[in-house]
Design a protein around this ligand. Structure first.
Ligand code: G3P
Ligand code: CA
Length: 388
């Protein structure tokens, strides 16, 4: 990657150096430096990942605890609440090749498409990464068609208040997100960061809708394809991240699901390794050759027992740091059902548990950041943690 190498030579830095700095940043939190102090100098960007406060608070699908996920309303609120980065968005393609922000290609649960009789005939069943899914899929709709839909709350049982905003926002495109990022950066006088994820890259490549080339093209169009661009790109498929590593210079993160799972690109190519293999030192060393970080499920940091209670932390944080990888696990949510059993309060599905207790426990492991649906809660927890 000539561009990256020449950039790195010019700055006397590089991906590995950035990583080292990021890991040191985590140490900074332990040393009691304030997030603001460590972020100083980030201004309008240029400082790369090392300029982010630690532990970094990432607004998961926006402030999705308070607004329907992956809407400009949810992204805007995440920024207003102070999130360091906004996960804008999970990216899937349209039939005509645009990248749009939805957690899944199936959009029956996150939009009002069921109320559109003109699209009723397009309801179908597909095999998505080996799983049968019924509904409406973004790849069967043009962008113009998707723009006639409106977003709704995905989990109203846990977030009844969010249904107030059903129908308010449309599905954003990734280009709109980049334009919003630029506007917000200008208005706030502070670099806004985003953390897009490529969803189901193998599935879409087989449909002739490769995601990596598409995101690379859009990032290049907006000049946001560089090592110090305020855009971190993530994917659950390691070969997708490897492909991206050849196309763009952005910080890259490999997402890791449960230990017994296999990334779908591995399933497709016959690679027998599971996530349990990838989190071993050799697996982490390999990831560090093409990515800057990992995004593990929180259960890989501290496994839960059969009753849902936390057990003993694994060595993953230390092992990943040893090879220079930052860790941004997912996902902390305030509501009872999403918390380890140790931190639940009562049994109501929409009631908050002792999430501050959960943050304390996870931050103490040395993680570099965390995805959360309620970034304001995460920021208070970081303040408690950093200031002791
Ligand atoms: O991207 C981090 C986390 O979002 C991965 O899980 O399923 O919420 O995209 P998911
Ligand atoms: Ca995601």
């Amino acid at each position: 990657m000539g561009t990256q190498e020449s950039d790195e030579q010019a700055r006397g830095t590089g991906r590995r150096a950035l990583l080292g700095a990021a890991v040191l940043g985590a140490g900074g939190a332990v040393l009691g430096l304030s997030g603001t102090a460590r972020a100083a100098g980030s201004g309008y960007g240029g400082g790369g990942v090392k300029s982010l406060p630690k532990p970094t608070i990432i607004g998961h699908r926006g402030a999705s605890g308070y607004r329907p996920e992956h809407t400009l309303g949810a992204y805007q609120l995440a920024l207003d609440l102070g999130a360091d980065i906004v996960e804008a968005g999970d990216l899937v393609p349209t039939k005509d090749g645009h990248l749009v922000c939805r957690h899944e290609p199936e959009i029956g649960g996150t939009t009002d498409i069921a109320d559109h009789p003109e699209f009723a005939a397009r309801k179908t069943t597909k095999l998505l990464d080996g799983v049968s899914v019924t509904g409406w899929f973004t790849e069967d709709f043009t962008l113009a068609e998707l723009k006639t839909l409106r977003a709704i709350e995905r989990i109203p049982a846990n977030r009844p208040h969010n249904t107030l905003y059903n129908g308010r926002w449309e599905i954003p495109t990734f280009e709109e997100v980049l334009q919003w990022q630029e506007e917000q950066t200008r208005e706030r006088g502070k670099q806004v960061w985003i953390y897009p994820e490529l969803k189901h890259p193998t599935y879409f490549r087989k449909l002739g809708l490769g995601l990596e080339e598409r995101i690379a093209k859009v990032l290049r169009k907006y000049g946001k394809h560089k090592w110090n661009s305020p855009v971190i790109v993530q994917s659950f498929e390691p070969t997708s991240i490897q492909r991206l590593n050849k196309l763009i210079d952005n910080p890259l993160v490999v997402l890791l699901s449960g230990a017994s799972t296999r990334p779908y690109d591995f399933v497709d190519s016959g690679d027998p390794r599971t996530v349990a293999d990838l989190v071993k030192p050799a697996g982490l060393r390999e990831i560090a050759s093409y990515a800057q970080g990992i995004g593990p499920t929180l259960d890989l940091i501290i496994p839960r027992d059969a009753s849902g209670k936390l057990t003993t932390p694994t060595t993953l944080v230390a092992d990943a740091h040893k090879v220079g990888l930052v860790l941004h696990p997912w996902t902390l949510r305030n509501e009872n059902p999403f918390l380890p059993a140790d931190f639940r309060k009562g049994t109501d599905a929409d009631a908050y548990g002792d999430v501050f207790g959960a943050y304390r426990t996870y931050f103490a492991t040395g993680i570099d950041g965390v995805f959360t649906d309620q970034p304001d809660t995460g920021l208070l927890a970081r303040e408690d943690f950093v200031n002791g």
